[in-house]
Ligand binder design. Structure first.
Ligand SMILES: [Cu+2]
Length: 503
């Protein structure tokens, strides 16, 4: 991997810029609900545009692609069951400013450089509003998508999903938060308003002049690289921001929007905090933690109590790296919020309900020189016939058999799932004969993963088992690795929810 002359963020003074909070998206109009035209739903229009934004006091503005005038884009907020329409409009330049690899499927030379399609990650959305990677808009085009939001309170996120260039479009800044609320959450009296803050984490490389620097391979004909781990950690688009906090509880909705980095988050003073939710909403009960691991695509919902830490400066860290700083006020504060002992009950899906168990391997293909070439799901390429066809309203168990050396965050569109367990297996035996020989007992998910998920860390040498009910809609969706470099290079497959078996 070649990182062209990169900025060393450690040469910059940390914690000189306040944490930006993405603005709330506003809807000025309503339109008929596509599922029920007698009723109207809010209509939003979000234009993808090139924007200039300062990531640090001492750097010149950086070119990003954002929504409206910001990256990350404005936060959409709604309530469960209240549908809305978003017109996703591509108002970007016609040329890409990051290195396209024309060898990759979907990004062949001759196709428009700039193509976008927005997927709402975690949404139970109809197939024609899900952002199928081939349903792209070119510059000057737009598409209205309908989100029924018939699902529990959770923080979802919207991002580009264009086939073959998704890693570049998200790196350029095409992502934002989408929050669904409901009565269960309302009744918990969690910190809200200015005490509830989204933290969108994205790592990047920058040039010394502050511009985005996407690494390339040594081969100019195929610049794709298998992973990108940037050295500049942006939070809501700012490098080393600080946040002034009162001596009370705050709720942080954390999203890992990075291309490939797993974060290992902790507080520099060793302070404990509580995890109250995961990808698809609240956990049954808060979990006390001192650190947690967040993979690309995953979200975590945290409550941090700064009471008793007056005048302290606490840093949110990712291992040895500083991410952002909390500056606690010296004044005592009133805190009317609560951290209830019980949050939201979760009914476990039972293996006995499953009508289908699928063995699905995660594979890395290397070239003659041993370099990573492509990544595959179950040995299949994107354009091969669909093999996963769950019947609507049935339960299936998917066994993610990771034969590679990396952890892959696997995301399924449309459905929420639960993690059953992870179990070590002999990968040599599996690769040679496709037989699963286990090396040890199955390990249940950690408490923080034991809620409703839409993205799961499939660790190397393990079979990770997930269970899902394929409900909501029939039609074509995708499942894929959320390391974007993997996803773009074949680690994504279509799947189809069908009405009857064998269709
Ligand atoms: Cu992967």
């Amino acid at each position: 991997m070649i990182v062209r002359p990169a900025l060393d963020p450690n040469l910059l003074e940390p914690f000189v810029d306040p944490l930006p909070i993405p603005p709330l998206a506003r809807s000025s109009r309503t339109r008929p609900n596509p599922a029920d035209p007698a009723h109207h739903v809010p209509y939003y229009r979000l234009d993808m545009r090139e924007v200039q934004a300062k990531v640090h006091r001492d750097l010149k503005p950086t070119r990003f692609w954002g929504f409206g005038s910001v990256s990350p884009g404005p936060t959409l907020e709604t309530r469960g069951g209240e549908g809305l329409l978003v017109e996703w409009a591509n108002a970007l330049p016609r040329e890409h400013f990051l290195p396209i690899d024309h060898r990759i499927h979907g990004a062949e030379a001759g196709k428009a450089d700039v193509r976008t399609v927005i997927h709402l990650h975690g949404a139970k959305a109809p197939p024609d509003s899900d952002g199928y990677p081939e349903d792209c808009c070119e510059s000057g085009q737009s598409k209205p998508y309908f989100y029924p939001n018939q699902q529990d309170a959770a923080m979802l996120w919207y991002h580009d999903h264009a086939l073959g260039i998704n890693r570049l479009n998200i790196y350029a800044g095409l992502l934002g938060a989408f929050i669904i609320r409901d009565e269960v959450e309302d009744n918990l009296n969690l910190p809200k308003g200015k005490y509830e803050i989204p933290l969108i984490l994205c790592d990047r490389f920058l040039y010394p002049d502050g511009q985005l620097n996407y690494p390339v391979s040594a081969n100019p004909d195929s610049p794709w690289v298998p992973e990108v781990f940037g050295n500049a950690f942006l939070v809501n688009g700012m490098l080393f921001p600080y946040l002034d906090v009162e001596q009370r509880r705050y709720r942080f909705r954390v999203l890992n929007g990075s291309n490939g980095r797993f974060y290992h988050l902790a507080l520099s003073n060793g302070q404990a905090f509580h995890q109250i939710g995961t990808d698809q909403g609240l956990l049954p009960a808060p979990i006390e933690l001192k650190s947690l691991v967040l993979a690309p695509g995953e979200r975590t919902d945290l409550v941090i109590d700064f009471a008793g830490h007056g005048a302290e400066k606490t840093v949110l860290t990712n291992d040895a790296f500083q991410v952002m700083q909390f500056r606690v006020s010296s004044q005592p504060a009133r805190d009317p919020s609560s951290l209830p002992a019980a949050l939201r009950p979760i009914t476990r899906l039972q293996e006995s309900e499953a009508v289908q168990h699928r063995d699905l391997s995660l594979e890395e293909v290397r070239d003659a020189y041993g370099n990573s070439y492509i990544m595959l799901l179950n040995g299949a390429h994107w354009n091969m016939p669909i093999t996963e066809k769950p019947v609507v309203n049935t339960v299936e168990v998917w066994n993610l058999i990771n034969t590679t050396d990396d952890s892959h965050p696997i995301h399924l569109h449309l459905v929420r799932f639960q993690i059953l367990d992870r179990r070590p297996f002999e990968d040599f035996t599996y690769v040679a004969s496709r037989t699963l020989k286990y090396r040890g007992p199955a390990v249940p998910p950690a408490p923080g993963e034991a809620g409703w998920k839409d993205t799961v860390q499939a660790h190397p040498g393990m079979v990770t088992r997930i269970i899902a009910r394929f409900e909501g809609y029939t039609g074509r969706y995708v499942w894929h690795c959320h390391v974007l470099e993997h996803e773009d290079n074949e680690m994504m497959r279509p799947y189809e929810v069908v009405l009857t078996p064998g269709t």
